[in-house]
Design a protein. Structure first.
Length: 148
């Protein structure tokens, strides 16, 4: 299913190559790959209780020092990047986050509304182009030449 096939356009990405330091305990299977499998199992289990979204694996999300990593994005919404997740413990927290994100009109999620692992593990929160959210302040006055 493509992002366009999801009515909400919400896309959950999980890094497949993240190392969590427990590969020796898991026959050299990387934490990211184990996390992806845990998420797929949780999605299958929760099925109809989840909003429409696309889940995909990404071969590397370049956050090696903060593994395991996931992101959420949607057209016209904030993009979020989270790390320091545990493949054995946080799949349900990620799906709870998907529910919150899908219900937010602009993808903004207050810290207190996010599951605990996603409060401290934020690696990035990127506003959509053209957003007038209260956390955004122009650095220079907008003109026809510098306005998207």
């Amino acid at each position: 299913m493509s992002a366009e096939a999801s009515p909400s356009g919400v896309v959950l990405s999980v890094c497949l190559r993240c190392r969590d330091g427990r590969e020796d305990e898991h026959a050299d299977q990387r934490g990211g790959a184990r996390f992806a499998r845990a998420l797929a199992a949780a999605i299958a289990e929760q099925g109809g209780d989840l909003p429409a979204f696309v889940a995909r694996g990404v071969r590397c999300m370049s956050q090696c020092k903060r593994a395991c990593t996931v992101s959420l994005t949607a057209p016209g919404a904030f993009t979020w990047l989270f790390g320091d997740l545990d493949p054995e413990a946080h799949a349900d927290d990620v799906l709870a986050l998907v529910r919150i994100y899908a219900q937010s009109p602009d993808g903004f999620m207050a810290r207190a509304d996010r599951p605990p692992p996603m409060r401290a593990g934020v690696l990035g929160r990127l506003p959509p182009i053209g957003s007038v959210h209260e956390i955004i302040e122009p650095l220079i006055p907008p003109t026809d030449e510098n306005t998207p």
